[in-house]
Design a protein around this ligand. Structure first.
Ligand code: FE
Length: 362
């Protein structure tokens, strides 16, 4: 009798190999593609694209490519070293805002990669998430570059999210929402979990990217308006251009899920999101008090409160939720700071026309 043939190493034995690709699934039915819970979703076939906003966001991201090391920090270095350019209060405000920024983009990146990506069943949305995650890395690099250029104590700045209450409270708030969907057993597909997922998206896009980031951007542009730390402000301009795209993409995702699964957008859900935004406004005000215990060049916590309320209302409106505060924009220069080009409504709206990579052109 012949002995049973043994498979040779390096060969695939047909009888034991079970295909992981479902060859009988047929071609992609674009009508079944959804942001989450796409039925029989094929997440590796980009074509045909259904969620066009994601493809557009990806192209805008590519056109906006930049690196922190391309921006000169020389003037900032001289001003930071000089004894008579920056007051103690200004240094405190700058360091505190940088303390928030240094860890915030890492929190954002983790949320994208570890919480969102796995559950998104639209290949084009996944494509953009990869680009976005890279941009969050560039932003963290920019803060590191600012810390290093100015010779700040990196250990102090990067630890602020643990050591400064007002930053800890904001990060704790955001991370508590991530926690549920970081759970390896979390799955979309039930009403409860889909709402939980959508809630995390709202917290991420409307609150972290839409409120917490923007109010700190405003502080940096306050310096720029005084001719102070303009290299840092330029870094922040590039970051804000990216963040504006991130936020618009997030809002498009939320609004698309709303269309695809309208049952999730209940009155109770809307009330919950409104309450979370109100809580975020309180946390951001507490942060503003930490940044400006006394006020610097016309900026103070009370002026910021109005700005925070103004942008909170705008974020709610973007997802069709009634405004809460009705506060006018106390910093019209914030729009000017970002409306420098022919680009209309760049600020907080969709970017459509970047033709050159790298340079700021708005
Ligand atoms: Fe972002």
């Amino acid at each position: 009798m012949n002995p049973t043939p043994q498979p040779q190493s390096g060969t695939v034995t047909p009888t034991t190999h079970k295909s992981v690709i479902d060859r009988g699934a047929g071609r992609v039915d674009i009508n079944k593609r959804k942001i989450i819970n796409g039925e029989g979703a094929d997440v590796v076939q980009l074509w045909p694209i259904k969620h066009k906003f994601a493809w557009e966001a990806y192209n805008v991201g590519n056109a906006n490519h930049w690196l922190p090391t391309e921006i000169s920090m020389q003037l900032d270095i001289e001003q930071w070293r000089a004894q008579n350019v920056l007051t103690a209060d200004e240094r405190h405000a700058f360091r505190t805002v940088l303390g928030f920024f240094t860890t915030a983009d890492s929190i954002a990146a983790n949320n994208l990669v570890l919480a969102f990506y796995k559950h998104i069943t639209s290949p084009e949305a996944r494509l953009y998430l990869l680009r976005q995650a890279y941009e969050e890395a560039v932003h963290t690099h920019a803060y590191q570059y600012m810390v290093e250029s100015l010779g700040l104590d990196g250990t102090e700045i990067f630890n602020m999210y643990r050591e400064v209450d007002a930053i800890y409270d904001k990060d704790e708030f955001i991370l508590s929402f991530n926690q549920g969907i970081f759970d390896p057993h979390f799955k979309t597909g039930t009403f409860e979990n889909d709402q939980k997922f959508l809630e995390n998206m709202c917290v991420f896009s409307l609150i972290l990217e839409g409120i917490f980031f923007y109010s700190s951007f405003a502080v940096m542009f306050g310096f720029q308006r005084q001719g102070k730390l303009v290299g840092s402000a330029e870094q922040i301009q590039y970051i804000m251009r990216d963040e504006s795209n991130h936020m618009n993409f997030g809002i498009d995702m939320i609004n698309t899920i709303k269309q695809e699964q309208p049952e999730l957008w209940t009155l109770a859900f809307v009330e919950r999101i409104t309450a979370l935004v109100k809580k975020a406004v309180e946390l951001e005000y507490k942060f503003a008090v930490e940044v400006f215990p006394k006020g610097i060049f016309g900026l103070n916590a009370d002026g910021f409160k109005q700005y925070i309320e103004h942008i909170a209302d705008r974020r709610l409106a973007r997802v069709g939720i009634d405004q809460v505060y009705g506060s006018a924009n106390p910093f019209p220069w914030m729009s000017e700071a970002v409306d420098l080009s022919k680009e209309k409504n760049f600020f907080e709206t969709r970017v459509t026309e970047y033709k050159t990579g790298g340079t700021l052109d708005w």
